[in-house]
Design a protein around this ligand. Structure first.
Ligand code: B12
Length: 470
């Protein structure tokens, strides 16, 4: 069976492979080794590869989409249908997990997979091969013969994620990606009101073992000479014993790698921070969201401003850079609370600060809040406003549209407002990353790492837009 996979990635300009597609392919191949996969990553594909993909006769095409990439996903599906009217097309990923059900009939998709995708996708292949009925495939949305949308029950998550094979790296032209990601755990046990990670992963946090994580790192080093990684977990440090073990493994088994990750800032201590640094961690991202304790309580972040300050200090003392992300528009936010957050950010010891305007996702309390307590300012479908440009989707009685604009302006004036997708920035980001990676690989070890950090510092200081760097 010939299967095409698409990462509609033109606008996002993501510099790494799409792990989700890598995982659904590797799992499906483990179940049925007669499958033949091809990938179209629209950001890195050459024109002729683009044309070849759209002219290939596949038996199934799977497209991944977040809400931000859904528009491009839809365009790809339209084009495929024009060329191959009978081709079954399946969409999966964050958008399908969050928003999709009621929309399915309006777009050219035959199937949508919601939640964890490995087993569902593999069973869908089984169904198309005539091996099982569609009614038994949990986690799948489809149209029945009468055109009615059927949503099968959700799928239970895979208990032991060490058993999932590593992403199918052979799917990707690895030398086209300057950055490499690894996911060492799935989900998050916290229930912050704005986050929709649970729509994909549920609220159960599952970890890979330190051994299994190290194996993947070693494979990436030996097969692809990777030296720099991002651990893209929702929160890398839920289980501190595991963090310590992963760091110990790295320290004793691989030398000269650099990595960054996202963490909970309250789950850190001096010893762990030191060990992370020793194991190559140079940078962490932290969702701070607000420096107002009342707002932090409202969003169920389970943290205080004081704890945040302590955490930043511990990490900085250990020599790890800290990037802090804040939100504008959470319950309880007013222009005044945003001013407080901006003041906090200025005085904090953060290396980088980014403010984002909140976007309501379905299945979150913020969605309820924006729709019932607040006033939505658009009647467009969500993927029209879930874009990468600054946007205000709703207002509330205590935080009007005009005041929100002022809050954004204030953040922007301080160099804190995030404007992700300008072409110039992405170009410099790509060139900078790939140059730094080559230097690191060429010289390896300590010298390569030092060069990488120096280049990164120059990039941050002189080129990066919309981000405050100290
Ligand atoms: C790494 C990451 C990024 C990276 C890369 C994104 C990418 N290409 O995956 C970068 C830094 C670029 C990024 C940017 C942004 N991100 Co982001 N990101 C993540 C993060 C932390 C991990 C993604 C990952 O690798 N997961 C691991 C893999 C295995 O999971 P997966 O890709 O979801 O795939 C599984 C299933 O979804 C499904 N599946 C996926 N695709 C397909 C396709 C088919 C055909 C099938 C059958 C199944 C399937 O099966 C896979 C295996 O189980 C997630 C949170 C999370 N933990 O998932 C947020 C997340 C995806 N990001 C999110 C957001 C909001 C953003 C930004 C808008 C942030 C911003 N304000 O700028 C941008 C937009 C980027 C975009 N591509 O749209 C949201 C998306 C919500 C939504 N409904 O769309 C998430 C879910 C975070 C959250 N909690 O809200 N992000």
């Amino acid at each position: 069976m010939n299967i095409g996979l698409i990462n509609p990635n033109k606008e996002i300009k993501d510099p790494a492979i799409h792990l989700g597609l890598g995982y659904i392919a590797s799992y499906a191949l483990e179940v049925n080794n007669e499958l033949n996969f091809s990938l179209l990553d629209t950001r890195v594909a050459k024109k002729r590869e683009f044309n070849a993909f759209f002219n290939t006769k596949f038996d199934l095409v799977g497209i991944t989409a977040s809400s931000q990439t859904f528009k491009e996903a839809k365009e790809c599906a339209d084009l495929l249908i024009q060329k191959h009217p009978a081709l079954p097309i399946c969409i999966g990923g964050p958008h399908a997990s969050t928003f999709f059900e009621e929309d399915l009939l309006n777009y050219p998709f035959d199937f949508a997979v919601f939640g964890e995708g490995e087993v569902t996708f593999s069973e869908l292949i089984g169904f198309l091969n005539g091996e099982m009925p569609i009614t038994g495939i949990n986690g799948l949305i489809y149209k029945n013969k009468k055109g009615k949308i059927i949503k099968n029950p959700p799928r239970n998550i895979i208990k032991d994620i060490d058993r999932i094979p590593f992403p199918y790296y052979a799917l990707f032209k690895m030398n086209r990606y300057p950055q490499h990601r690894i996911i060492t755990s799935r989900g998050c046990p916290y229930q912050c009101v704005f986050c929709n990670s649970h729509s994909i992963w549920t609220n159960k946090w599952r970890k890979r073992s330190a051994e299994n994580t190290l194996k993947e790192i070693e494979l990436l080093i030996s097969a692809y000479s990777m030296k720099s990684f991002v651990f893209n977990d929702d929160s890398f440090n839920i289980d501190l014993e595991r963090v310590e073990k992963i760091c110990d493994y790295i320290i004793s088994n691989v030398s000269g790698i650099l990595w960054s990750t996202s963490i909970r800032i309250d789950r850190i201590n001096k010893d762990i921070a030191k060990k992370m640094r020793k194991a190559g961690c140079y940078n962490v991202s932290v969702g701070i969201e607000s420096a107002n304790n009342e707002v932090l309580k409202n969003i169920k972040k389970n943290i205080s401003k004081e704890k945040i300050s302590d955490g930043i200090q511990i990490l900085r003392n250990a020599g790890i850079d800290v990037m802090g992300q804040f939100m504008i528009g959470n319950p309880g936010d007013t222009l005044k609370t945003i001013e407080e957050s901006i003041e906090f950010a200025k005085k904090s010891n953060l290396n980088g600060v980014e403010f984002y305007t909140i976007l309501p996702y379905k299945d979150t309390l913020i969605w309820e809040y924006a729709n019932t307590y607040g006033k939505l300012l658009t009647d467009k479908p969500c993927f029209e406003y879930h874009t990468l440009n600054p946007r205000i989707i709703f207002e509330t009685p205590e935080f009007s549209y005009e005041e929100r604009v002022k809050a954004i302006e204030l953040a922007r004036k301080n160099g804190f407002y995030h404007a992700l997708s300008t072409d110039r920035r992405n170009l410099i980001l790509d060139i900078g990353r790939s140059f730094a990676k080559h230097i690191q690989m060429l010289f390896g070890g300590g010298f390569g790492n030092k060069m990488y950090l120096i280049l990164r510092y120059i990039y941050r200081k002189y080129f990066r837009e919309g981000t405050h760097s100290k």
